[in-house]
Design a protein around this ligand. Structure first.
Ligand code: NDP
Length: 335
């Protein structure tokens, strides 16, 4: 059972040498346990925070243990009455080929139906990132039809789901993404009304001009995934009583400072700004997953995936995700 462990903690940017490939044993099953063969590992930006030992909303990843994270796979052995060999499941098995799960604990393992939704999408659009988009949109931004919404990292797992959910509510949706290919995908495949390539607009002034053009009626809702100067540029274009769902600030996860120049605009425009962590709102997951599953099954949300092959590739693919090398949900396929 090949596993990736966190070997040591980063001092600045995360590096390959922080991780270590280990070949571990798979213990025999006890009562109520199941053995899952992982098909895909989920790589997610929040994992960067867990590599540090500083205080955060999530406990830090222990050194010398399998790196924790979401997984999808197939039950290959079962001593639990509710799980049978062949069941497709979503869990939190970590970066390893096989996981032993105490299936009695609530929520640790969920059976999924792959008839209309491919298994891998349960780690993306019809999983945690999709619910994240749903929560920020529905519970924080709470848009009315006709309002203009902006989202950063628009081509990614969360951003793409946000676009589909917002279009379904009759909003004008503008994405911000890195590079012409990502922007083309955001408008042509995901159906956003416009997409701004931030690499063409690398400062507040230029980004704010691009936002003015893409959002002629101003911005009513902003879903923040990145942080930094883009947030400043958005603040300059907000309408009165705008709502900001503060979901992520990936531009700062490797320790980069993210100063804001225009905070008084939050006051002047009576803006509501709310940070949130999706795992603290389990009550919305069933409703959100139902809507997201329908959007994918009916082709209204066509999520992209970046797939690295083999567990050995997980650290490299993860570091790439923090630099925007992924295009869509970053996964590792275990072969
Ligand atoms: P994505 O699939 O969007 O991948 C990350 C993307 O971030 C990259 O593709 C890149 O897109 C962009 N990015 C990376 N570095 C930078 C940078 N320096 N400046 C601008 N963009 C950058 O990841 P997810 O959809 O999984 O996550 C998106 C955000 O949502 C993250 O901030 C994550 O932490 C947050 N999140 C928060 C949750 C919560 O509960 N609050 C839960 C899940 C996710 P591009 O090339 O377009 O820049």
């Amino acid at each position: 059972n090949k596993q990736i462990h966190l070997d040591n903690r980063p001092t600045g940017e995360a590096e390959l040498s922080n991780f270590k490939l280990v070949v571990g044993e798979t213990p025999a099953l006890a009562d109520d346990q199941v053995l899952v063969r992982h098909h895909y590992l989920s790589l997610d930006p929040y994992m960067r925070g867990r590599m540090n030992d500083s205080k955060s909303y999530a406990a830090s990843q222990p050194l010398g243990q399998t790196f924790q994270g979401g997984t999808v796979g197939e039950v290959v052995e079962s001593r639990h009455p509710k799980f049978a060999v062949g069941d497709k499941v979503v869990g939190f098995g970590g970066w390893q080929e096989y996981g032993v799960v105490d299936a009695n604990q609530p929520g640790v393992l969920r059976k999924v139906d792959t008839t209309h939704v491919p298994l891998s999408h349960y780690l993306g659009a019809v999983g945690m990132p999709g619910v994240t988009a749903w929560y920020g949109l529905v519970k924080i931004i709470a848009p009315k039809a006709g309002e203009t919404l902006v989202v950063t990292a628009a081509s990614g797992a969360v951003g793409s789901a946000f676009g589909a959910l917002a279009k379904a509510r009759g909003c004008r949706v503008v994405g911000i993404a890195g590079g012409p290919d990502k922007c083309k995908y955001v408008t042509d495949e995901l159906g956003f009304d416009a997409c701004i390539d931030y690499r063409q607009h690398p400062d507040v002034k230029s980004m704010s001009a691009a936002l003015k053009e893409a959002c002629p009626d101003g911005i009513d809702g902003y879903f923040e995934n990145v942080g930094g100067y883009i947030l400043d540029a958005v603040l300059l274009r907000l309408n009165a009583f705008a709502r900001i769902a503060l979901c992520g600030m990936i531009a700062g996860y490797d320790g980069q400072p993210l100063p804001i120049q225009n905070p008084t605009l939050l006051l002047i425009n009576r803006v509501k700004l709310e940070g949130f962590i999706v795992s603290e709102h389990m009550e919305v997951w069933p409703e959100a997953l139902k809507e997201l599953g329908t959007l994918v099954a009916t082709g209204k949300l066509r999520p992209r995936e970046s797939i690295a092959e083999g567990i050995e590739k997980a650290p490299e693919a993860f570091l790439g995700l923090l630099k925007g090398k992924n295009f869509g949900k970053q996964l590792v396929k275990l072969v």
